[in-house]
Write a protein that binds this ligand. Structure first.
Ligand SMILES: [Zn+2]
Length: 88
């Protein structure tokens, strides 16, 4: 099955000098930003988030909530079904 997805890390920075806050979408390989675009002084990273964008049929973007329903042990069910088929 073909599945393509793109990782898009988003970093939030805030300036130590003028408290200008902004987001920057950077690749993992990019150097982290260190200077404020407003005043050129040092900034600090306050938050980072990785959004995953799926490209493909049958996929849709979900939020961070995950269903915690315990999955049935489908392997055992398959084995039982096979034994039933063999006994016929
Ligand atoms: Zn600044």
């Amino acid at each position: 099955m073909y599945l393509e997805f793109t990782l898009m890390p988003t970093y939030q920075y805030i300036c130590n000098e003028c408290e200008h806050a902004f987001e920057a979408v950077q690749a993992f390989s990019d150097e982290p930003l260190t200077t404020c675009p407003e005043c050129g002084k040092s900034i600090r990273k306050i938050y980072s988030n990785v959004g995953i964008v799926f490209k493909g049929s049958g996929f849709y973007k979900t939020d961070s909530q995950k269903t915690t329903n315990p999955a049935p042990t489908s392997a055992q069910q398959v084995l039982r079904q096979r034994q039933l088929n063999l006994s016929n």
